[in-house]
Unconditional design. Sequence first.
Length: 179
Amino acid sequence: MPKYTKEFKIKLVLEYLSGQTGGRPAIANKYNIPDSTLENWINKYNSGGFGNLAKKQTKNKFTSEFKLSVIQYRQINNISYRQTAEHFDITNGSVICNWEKAYRERGLSGLEDNRGRPKKDMSKSKKKSKNEKPIVESEREELIRLREENKYLKMQILFEKKFQALLLEEEAEARKKQR
């Protein structure tokens, strides 16, 4: 059960919007809640109305490709974390900040979701063949580097396709408005 009901959130947002009680800090003090919490509710209302105030119960799992496209969108458009989160319907902008930090520190592997128990790979046999030589450390490092580079290039292609589609969509809307 959520800590605050949707009705309570709506009541406080409406009280803030009426402008009669002395502003956001005064309302937060009156109901003994953090001012930042009320600010988040107001921002959610501004971005999507009262329906946006309902508590989301499921944890979203985002692909590393999606995370990279969000990071690139934010950098290309030079907008805040909150604005980016609203655009992609992500609950909190700090999530995007964490993604960017992980991407800077560990590259594409930092964007992978490693929560939960690792999946067993059933394709590998337990017995090694007699002809198979162990991989030398430099070969292993090169393999890891090439896999990351391959993954990056795939995501870059995916991002460019989506970006191109977005541009075409905006051009089509602009043409419609001119008519």
